[in-house]
Design a protein around this ligand. Structure first.
Ligand code: ADP
Length: 706
């Protein structure tokens, strides 16, 4: 059946991710890819940040170098002006000397100044006071070609010109890179001589720009192949050295100025930007880890959820109780296979169906729908469930027990109703069978009791029959003597026949009471006065009472209301209890004084919370009930009597409980036992006493909702 029940509700369908679980390997490869991408991205970011930082440093270095080259240019230009200011004629030789030595003192980059004539013959020479003469060791002659090259260029350019730099070894084993500046001296458009200044490249660097150099920066003049000619500052060695080169374009020569810069000791975070990017990268990795952890938790929850769903499905499929969920409008949103099987309708049909539902019996559909509307509107659910009648597809009706509970969703909102439905037709069948066997049992018990009474009956009937016989004989005698005394016949005969009729009536009553008791009748509840109940059993118990010399006392309170009961049953209970009481007193034998052989049957209104009920009691002064007997008193077939059946008390209790009452007992004073039971008075509403008794007043199907 379940194969043809594709449940339509979305919740029953396994979600896609449950049906085709995400492959672990695929999930892992995605994670690996994500991490790899992230690491690559972060690496690139850090690298780019480093590159950017380096390019900034490089650009600054380039700018600094360009400024330094400009400074050198300016310095040299200033020197040219100072050199041009030197007197050039022969008369001012002393002034020249003074001014030249002053200039040499101020400009340490100039190591020598010469005044030459127009054929480059040296006229005057002055050298820097700050060091020994640079040409002291090798003489000036060796470098004369450089000087004349500069002067030729100067002549051609008609302005100051420089020679190529050259190296002059010194006495201390080191050497100096020098540069000649030749300044043609003109007077009236005619060349009168030259001023030649010798520069130390080293000093150009230290004097013109040395102060600007920061720690870790080095400045040098280099050749095209990178050979250093002169150097200022102390560039550190290492991997993080930046350098920039600029061409110092001087008339007649070109020099390359190279600046090296070293950016501090290398550390893990070389600069702010990289540090920032790295911090962000670390934060990103942390977030990634947290995400990973979150994902792991989610996966676990997913797995748990899948297991819970599978468990729920297995549970639903194995249930024999029908489950049905409805929304607030009463439409079915879910049914389990057991429900479909119960009503013989497919789930799809049930879910799509409009009112009336296919399992409502047509004759009750209107009532069900009205009642459902009222109940759903008032949000009022019957406590403990209610009974109803459903219809199978083949039209057969069957009783069901429905238990409903509100459906509350995850956010606490009331979204509908969940019902559990139990098919109680089998239960009803069993109840019916048990009722029938109960009836048979009670009839048997009655017959057994009648059997017991048979001897008493014969004795009882003996008296009226003997009386009838003697009256009949007397009447015959009277008829025989009729001739002798005709006057008195009719009066005597009338008396005798009246007696015969009375006695016959008495015998008839005895037989009828037994007949009434034994006859099985329809079980109906009626209001009966307590007195009538006691009177009805009196003829029967008085037979036994007389035999056992027991006095019967009946006491009915005047304000006692009629009780609503099955008369025959209650009479049997009273009879049973009275008979037991008398037998208990008989068991006492001679120990019991004649005045104590009393059986009291009492009826009075019940007190306390049983207001509106009537309490009956049967009190004897017999042997009493020992505790070991008390334990099993109401157990069927328990008896202490040789010929007892042990059914009396168990049946009595069943009967009383079927009426909604309660049967109990307690010791009587000074001895004996009192049995008490309660019955509802006619003024009370009929009691609801469960499912086990056929006369229980049940709600009719029309009173029930669907
Ligand atoms: P039965 O009378 O056939 O034995 P019952 O169910 O009526 O079956 O009683 C069960 C037992 O309870 C009796 O055998 C008796 O021992 C005990 N019993 C019942 N009523 C009394 C009573 N009034 N006093 C003492 N014992 C009693």
């Amino acid at each position: 059946m379940s194969a043809m029940l594709p449940l339509q509700q979305p919740a029953r369908r396994r979600p896609r991710w449950l049906r085709r679980p995400f492959k672990w390997s695929r999930r892992w490869s995605l994670w690996v890819l994500l991490v790899a991408l992230l690491v690559t991205m972060l690496g690139t970011l850090v690298w780019l940040a480093g590159r950017y930082e380096a390019s900034l440093v490089q650009a600054r270095l380039e700018r600094d170098t360009a400024e330094i080259v400009a400074d050198i240019h300016n310095g040299l230009a200033r020197n040219i002006q100072s050199l041009q200011a030197l007197p050039s004629d022969e008369r001012s030789a002393d002034i020249w000397r003074l001014q030249a030595s002053e200039l040499l003192r101020q400009r340490r980059e100039i190591v020598r100044i010469e005044r030459r004539d127009d054929s480059l013959e040296t006229l005057q020479v002055d050298e820097t006071p700050f060091r020994r003469s640079v040409f002291a060791r090798l003489g000036r002659a060796g470098v004369e070609p450089d000087t004349s090259q500069a002067c030729n260029t100067a002549l051609r350019l008609k302005g100051p010109a420089y020679s190529n730099s050259y190296f002059v070894p010194q006495a201390d084993g080191l050497g100096l890179e020098l540069l000649e500046l030749c300044l043609p001296l003109m007077a009236d458009g005619r060349l009168t001589g030259y001023t030649v200044a010798t520069y130390s490249l080293q000093n150009i660097l230290t004097e013109l720009v040395g102060q600007q150099l920061a720690r870790g920066q080095g400045l040098s003049f280099t050749e095209a192949d990178g050979t250093r000619l002169a150097i200022a500052g102390m560039p550190a060695r290492g991997s993080r050295i930046y350098n920039a080169q600029q061409l110092l374009d001087l008339p007649g020569t070109k020099l390359v100025v190279r600046m090296d810069s070293w950016r501090g000791t290398p550390d893990f975070f070389p600069n702010m930007l990289t540090a920032l990017v790295s911090a962000m990268a670390l934060a990103l990795i942390a977030v990634l880890l947290m995400l990973g952890r979150d994902m792991r938790r989610r996966l676990k929850v997913e797995r748990d959820l899948a297991e819970a769903l599978a468990f729920r499905k297995a549970m639903e499929d194995s249930l024999v109780t029908g489950l049905r969920a409805r929304d607030l409008q009463g439409r079915i949103t879910y049914v389990n296979p057991a429900f479909c099987q119960m009503v013989g309708v497919e789930a799809k049909e049930l879910l799509d169906h409009k009112f009336p539902s296919p399992y409502w019996p047509p004759e009750l559909a209107g009532v069900y729908q009205d009642r459902q509307a009222i109940r759903l509107a008032s949000n009022n659910l019957p406590q403990g469930g209610f009974e109803s009648v459903f219809m199978r597809r083949d039209g057969t009706r069957f009783p069901v027990l429905i238990i409903e509970a509100p459906l509350i969703n995850a956010s606490g909102k009331h979204t509908g109703w969940m019902s559990a439905i139990v098919d109680i037709s089998e239960q009803r069948r069993v109840e019916e069978m048990s009722r029938a066997s109960q009836d048979r049992l009670q009839a048997t018990a009655r017959l057994a009791m009648v059997g017991e009474m048979a001897s008493l009956l014969s004795h009882e009937l003996n008296q009226p029959l003997a009386a009838i016989s003697s009256y009949a004989t007397g009447s015959l005698n009277l008829l025989d003597d009729a001739g002798r005394s005709p006057g008195g016949l009719s009066a005597d005969l009338r008396v005798a026949l009246k007696r015969i009729s009375e006695q016959a009536e008495r015998a008839g009553k005895v037989i009828k009471s037994v007949h009434d008791f034994v006859r099985r009748r329809e079980q109906v509840r009626e209001a009966v006065a307590p007195r009538a109940l006691l009177d009805a059993i009196m003829p029967l118990i008085s037979l036994q009472a007389r035999k056992l010399s027991v006095s019967l006392v009946t006491d009915v309170a005047p304000n006692c209301e009629a009780v609503l009961c099955d008369r025959t049953m209650v009479e049997q209970v009273l009879l049973n209890l009275s008979r037991n009481g008398m037998q208990a007193m008989q068991a006492q034998g001679k120990k019991l004084a004649a005045t104590e052989r009393l059986l009291t049957l009492r009826a009075r209104p019940a007190a306390g919370d049983k207001r509106g009920w009537v309490e009956f009691s049967v009190t004897d002064h017999g042997v009493g009930i020992p505790p070991e007997v008390a334990e099993k008193l109401f157990t069927p077939f328990f008896t202490t009597k040789v010929e007892g059946m042990g059914l009396g008390l168990s049946l009595c209790r069943t009967v009383i409980e079927q009426h909604g009452g309660h049967l109990e007992f307690e010791p009587a004073q000074p001895r004996g036992t009192q049995f008490r039971f309660t019955l509802p008075s006619g003024s009370l509403p009929a009691p609801q006493t469960g499912l086990s008794h056929p006369t229980t007043v049940r709600p009719t199907t029309s009173e029930l909702s669907s």
